[in-house]
Design a protein around this ligand. Sequence first.
Ligand code: MIG
Length: 661
Amino acid sequence: MVKKYVFGTPFETEAVVEAVEASKNLISFGNVTATKEGFSFEYTMEPTDVVYGLGQANRGINKRGYIYVSNCADDPNHTEEKVSLYGAHNFIVIDGIKCKKGLFFDYPGKLEFDIGYTKRDVLKVSCERADLYVYEIDGESAYDIVKQFRKIIGKSYIPPKFAFGFGQSRWGYRTQEDFEKVVDTYRANEIPMDMLYLDIDYMESYKDFTIDKKRIPDFKAFVEKMKAKNIHLIPIIDAGVKIEDGYEVYEEGKEKGYFCKREDGSDFVAAVWPGWTHFTDVMNPEARDWFGKKYAFLIEQGIDGFWNDMNEPAIFYTEEGVAALNEAIVEYAAQLTGTSDKPLEPCDDIMNTANVLPAKIRSIMGSLQNNPEDYKRFYHNVNGKKVRHDLIHNLYGFNMTRAAGEAFEKIAPDKDILLFSRSSYIGMHRYGGIWTGDNQSWWSHILLNLKMMPSLNMCGFLYIGADLGGFGSNATRELVLRWLALGVFTPLMRNHAALGTREQECYQFEDIEDFKHVIEVRYRLIPYLYSEYMKAATQDDLYFKPLGFVYPEDKIAVQTEDQLMIGNEIMIAPVYTQNAIGRGVYLPEEMKLVKFMPDGSLYEEIMPKGYHFVEVALNEVPLFIRKGKCIPLAKAAQSTAELDWDNLEFVGYDDAEYKHY
Ligand code: MIG
C-alpha cells in the first residue's frame, strides 16, 4: 500500500510515474513539522530497527548511525566522514518488528537524513522548505516495500547486451594511437573486452559534440575500425557548453535562450574543463530536447554509448567568485603598499608559509569550487516559471541524462544505446545507469562499492558499477585483481583511472593471464547475469540484495554487509583486504561454493550453513550457489558478440533447473 502526502507546493520532479492519490491524513507514524521554518519528520527507532536505502550514499547497507545529505556533489574524496556524494536518492525503508515502512521524500533541494547521528535512536529527515511529497509504503517486509516503491517510479533502464562486457577507460588517452594501443594490447593478450571509453581529450577544447581532428583525423572510420574488432567506443559528454564564437552548440543555445540564466536574464557563466561555459537548462523541455538531439552528431558516426559527466553540475569557479577574490586581493595589495585606510589583517598562521595570505583570501579561494552560493545565482525556466537552481539542484544530472535518453528514442529508435551518468535523482533510473564516480585505489573502496550496490537497486538504478581498480591514487596488481573479481558481478564492469595515476589496464601487471582469467569468468557468466538483470528490470525487482532481504529471520545474515545476494541463485563474498589468502564467509543456509580456477576448471564444494574460512587465491573467482539451484555458464569469448548464448553448461545442485528470463 502506497500513500502520498502533499506538503506546501511541491516541485514536480517526475520521480514517480504511477498515479498515487494524495491522502488527506497525516503520515501514519512519527512526527511531522511543516511550517515556514521548514520541514522535518522524526521517528524514534527501536533498538533493532534497520534502515535501508539512500542509494548512492556513504557507509553501510544499514544506514543507521550516521548522517547523509542529499545534495549532489562533485567530491572526489569519498572518505568516511563525507555526507554527500553525486546522487540524491531520498528513499529509505525502516525495517523493524513494530515498524515496517518505506518513505520517499520527493524533494529536489538539499535534504538531510540524520539516522541516529545526533541522537542515537532518532531518525530525522529535514529540509529548508516544507514543499514536498512524501510517499509512505506499507508492506510485509523490507523487500516487499522496495518492490512496491520500484513499481511507482517506473521501469529501470535496460542497456544493450554489449554493455555487459568489460570496458577499459582512462583519463589521459588522447590520440587514436593511444586508444588503438589499448584495444590491440587487450586483443593480443586475449583478454576479453567490449568497450573502450573516450574521456574528455577526444573533444576539441573540451567542446561537447566535437572531435579533435588532430588526435582522431577520421572519427567515423575509427569507430568502424573498432566495431570490426567488436569494440564499442563510449565517449564522455560534459554538462558545460563552452562559450566560443562560432561554436554551433553555443551559438544556437544562446540564440534560443536554452542556457540557465542569472536573475537579470543574462546567461549564467561558470568555468569547467572548457573554460567559461554555459549550462543547458535541462529543466526546460524544449532545451532538453535540443541538447539531447545534439548526441546525434556522434550517433551518426556509429557511436552507441555515452557517459554523462560533471552534471551535478560541477563548477570550478564563476565570474562572481573570481570577482570577489579579485576584490580581496586588490584590497590586500593596497594594505601591503599602505594605500588602503584599512590596517593589514594579521595572518593567523604565520608559521605556515603556505598560509601567509589573509584568512579572507584563503577562504574565498577555498570556496571557489562547487560553491553553494553559485547554485543560487542561476535559474531554470520550468514551463515559463523561473526556478532558482539550488531549490532543484539534485535534478540536474537526472535531466541531462533524460535529455539524452528521450532524444535516443527519436534519433535512433531502433538502436540500443548505452547511457550512464555521474549525478542522478530517482527517476533517472528509467533513462540510464550510473557509475559511482571518483573513488580511489583503496581497499576500503572495494567494500564501499559492494555496499552501495543493493542500495542503488532499491532506488531503481540497476545498471551500475564503480571505477574498478580505483580512479584516484596508485593501484596495485593485487588490488586490481580483487576489485575485478567483484566487478565480474556488477552490470557495469569498467576499469577506469585518473590522469597521472599508475597505469592499471589489465596488461600493465605481472602474469597477465590471471587478469585474462578473471575477465573470462565474467564472460562465462554473462548469460546468467544478463538474464537476472532482465528479470530485475522487467519485474521491478532487485539484481543485488542484502542478505537480510532473503533471510530476514536470520540475525547474522541481516548484519552481514560484506556479502551480497545476486539474482535468485547466487551469493558473492569478495575478498577486499590486502595480502588475504581468503576470507570468512557466513552461509545463511547450505550452499555450493564454486571457484573458477585459473586452468578453466571449476572447484565445487557443498558447505553447510554457518561460518567458514574460504581460501581464495588471487587468480580465482568464487561464488556460492543457493541450495537446490543452478546457473548457466557460457564458454569464454573475446567479446559479447562472439559469445555463444545457446551452448550453455550448468553448475550448481544436481537436478536443479534454471529459468531464463
Ligand atoms: O574533473 O573527465 O568522474 O571519471 O575521468 C574531473 C575527467 C572530470 C570526472 C569523472 C572522471 C573523469 C574525469 N572527470
